[in-house]
Every structure is written in structure tokens, then in C-alpha cells.
Design a protein around this ligand. Structure first.
Ligand SMILES: Cc1cc2nc3c(=O)[nH]c(=O)nc-3n(C[C@H](O)[C@H](O)[C@H](O)COP(=O)(O)OP(=O)(O)OC[C@H]3O[C@@H](n4cnc5c(N)ncnc54)[C@H](O)[C@@H]3O)c2cc1C
Length: 302
């Protein structure tokens, strides 16, 4: 293994990826690393390039599932990448956040600083990097759309050649659960927020959690919504699945949550093959029933 001399991070061999994805499925990664700083991250990328290994960047694994065969390359998780952590510029109402920071921690830090904007992120179980890549969003009010792209002012990345770059609004393109950052490693992002009393921010965070606990299946391993919602005026993916009476449908250990039609849960030692089959079955049923093509939101890495 060719890590630069003095490197503090050393990739591990044959690491079970199911432990690092919230759906709790997926085989082993040939190599797995958990860098904490930019230097350690660069060492990992250097190692992969020397060994000619494909690289996959993982956050909290809340929107990713790996195949049962695992990943033949280096998986780098940024859950410990808190290099510069959370820095506020209170005069400008801005916060700069490292990629590995958990969204709940970001939302509560903003509350403490009296800055509003991140409340809708508080119940999404991912990292800042994953949220920016996926353009994560949530609202408890139908027809309203809160997405992290509403807040992003600037993103720092390592680009495809390994160079550090700062991308401003003109370089960034976001759409529904999509950004133009694929292929890049997100290091940190600066978000533009606004002032609000702490109690109001707290109330909003609490209301979001209450809604999510009531409406979503948070008790079982899942990846959140499996499908993107089809564009308006179609009903949500969850409602389409519900209307077809498909909640509770099961393939092997993978089941559609009896509580929420767009949550597929790992009910009993499910495999990625179970998930792929269940997704295909539901896509066919919704196409046959409504003529609508459901597109997966979860990323399945085969
Ligand atoms: C119970 C539950 C509820 C959820 N609710 C919501 C919701 O309300 N709204 C919503 O939008 N999503 C939701 N999700 C999905 C998921 O939490 C979000 O997409 C989240 O933003 C993913 O963050 P992550 O750190 O887990 O990213 P991962 O799942 O690890 O990765 C997602 C993608 O981002 C890439 N990536 C991650 N970090 C980086 C980085 N630093 N640089 C480059 N690429 C990176 C990965 O390669 C992958 O392509 C939910 C998931 C669960 C399990």
C-alpha cells in the first residue's frame, strides 16, 4: 500500500458497507478510509490513484445502497471530516460548514447563533456534503419546497483533477434532488441565513420533527424516500403506491413500510437484490396503473 510517508490515515481492507448505510445492506468495500482533514483526504485520493482504484465518496450513507457484491475500490466516508467544522460570520448572516457535519448539528448550531434557514434540514439524517450533492429538501406543507440550494452561497470542492476550487452561485446548478457536483468532492459550503429569535427557530425544528415522527417510518432501517416524486399535478410517489394498495408488499427481507408508501424498509436481513426487485415491481405497477414512470431517489451503487 503506497500511502505518503507520515500519513495518519490508513485504508482498511474488506469493510462491510452495510454498517455505513442507513438501509443496512451491501457487501464489503475492498478498501475503506475515514479521513478527518483535507491532508488525510488528499492522502486517500493519492493512494487510490497510485493503486488505480475507483473511489466512492460517502457521507452518512442515508441515500446510498451498495450491491451485495460490495465495491471493488476505495470508499471514503466523510462522516469524520470536520476539518474546519462550523464557522459563523454573524455580520453577514453566513455559516461555513465542513462536509462531514451532521445536518442536525448544523441546525442546532444555527439555532444557538440565532440564525434561521436550516430548520428544515434538522430531521434529515445526512451530512452537509451529502445534502449539497443531493440538493436535500423537506417541507411539512404540501406545495412548499425548501431545498438546501435556496441557502447555498458557495461550495469548496476538490475537482476531478484533485485541485481545490471555490464554486459560486454562477457555477452551481441545482434541480430536484440533483446538483452539478457529481465527480467532485465537496469539502465545505457557505450558507446564507437570516436572523430570527431562537425560540421561533426551536419551535420550527420541533414542528418538523413532530411531523416526521407522525408521517414517516423512522423506526426501521431505510434510505428515506425510495422514489422522487413525479412532477405536479401528479400525486406524490408515496400516495400513488398507497392508492394501489401496495404498502406492506415484500420481496425477501425488503418491505414497503405499512406506514408510508415511499419508505422501503429492511424488515429482516434484506439484500440489495431484494431492493432492486421490489423497486422494479413497484415501477411496473405504477406504470401499469397510472402511466407514470417513477425514478429512484436512492443511489444504488452496483
Ligand atoms: C429516514 C430518512 C429520512 C430522509 N429524509 C429526507 C428528506 O426529508 N429530504 C431529503 O432530501 N432526503 C432525505 N433523506 C435522504 C438523505 O438523508 C439525504 O439525501 C442526505 O442529504 C444524504 O446525506 P448523506 O450524508 O447520507 O449522503 P450519502 O447518502 O452518503 O451520499 C449521497 C450522495 O452524495 C454523495 N456525497 C456525499 N457526501 C459527499 C461529499 N462530501 N462530496 C461529494 N459527494 C458526496 C455520495 O457519493 C452520494 O452520491 C432521508 C433519509 C432517511 C434514511
Amino acid at each position: 500500500m503506497n500511502l505518503p510517508a507520515g500519513s495518519k490515515v490508513s485504508p482498511r481492507r474488506n469493510v462491510e458497507l452495510s454498517k455505513y448505510c442507513t438501509m443496512r445492506i451491501g457487501g464489503p468495500a475492498d478498501y475503506f478510509a475515514e479521513p478527518r482533514t483535507e491532508d488525510e483526504l488528499s492522502d486517500c485520493l493519492h493512494f487510490a490513484s497510485e493503486e488505480n482504484l475507483p473511489v466512492f465518496i460517502l457521507g452518512k450513507g442515508s441515500n446510498v445502497v451498495f450491491s451485495d457484491a460490495g465495491f471493488r475500490g476505495l470508499v471514503i466516508t466523510l462522516i469524520h471530516f470536520h476539518d474546519q467544522d462550523i464557522r459563523f460570520n454573524l455580520d453577514l448572516h453566513e455559516v461555513t460548514v465542513s462536509a462531514g457535519v451532521h445536518l442536525y448539528r448544523l441546525a442546532t448550531a444555527c439555532r444557538e447563533a440565532g440564525l434561521s434557514g436550516c430548520e428544515f434540514l434538522s430531521g434529515i439524517p445526512g451530512t452537509l456534503g451529502g445534502a449539497v450533492m443531493m440538493n436535500a429538501g423537506f417541507s411539512r406543507f404540501s406545495g412548499q419546497k425548501n431545498e438546501i440550494s435556496d441557502l447555498v452561497k458557495e461550495v469548496s470542492v476538490l475537482d476531478e483533477s484533485g485541485a481545490r476550487r471555490r464554486l459560486g452561485r454562477d457555477d452551481l446548478h441545482f434541480a430536484y434532488r440533483h446538483s452539478n457536483l457529481r465527480g467532485k468532492v465537496i469539502l465545505e459550503a457557505t450558507l446564507k441565513l437570516w436572523r430570527r429569535p431562537q425560540e421561533i427557530i426551536e419551535e420550527e425544528i420541533r414542528a418538523n420533527f413532530d411531523y416526521r415522527n407522525r408521517e414517516q417510518d423512522l423506526k426501521h432501517p431505510s434510505s428515506g424516500s425510495i422514489f422522487k416524486n413525479p412532477p405536479a399535478p401528479h400525486p406524490s410517489a408515496g400516495r400513488l403506491i398507497d392508492q394501489l394498495g401496495l404498502k406492506g408488499t415484500r420481496v425477501g427481507g425488503m418491505m414497503i413500510s405499512p406506514k408510508h408508501g415511499n419508505y422501503f424498509i429492511n424488515a429482516a436481513q434484506a439484500t440489495c437484490a431484494d431492493l432492486v426487485t421490489l423497486i422494479a415491481n413497484i415501477q411496473k405497477a405504477v406504470k401499469d396503473g397510472y402511466g407514470i414512470d417513477l425514478e429512484p431517489e436512492v443511489r444504488i451503487i452496483a
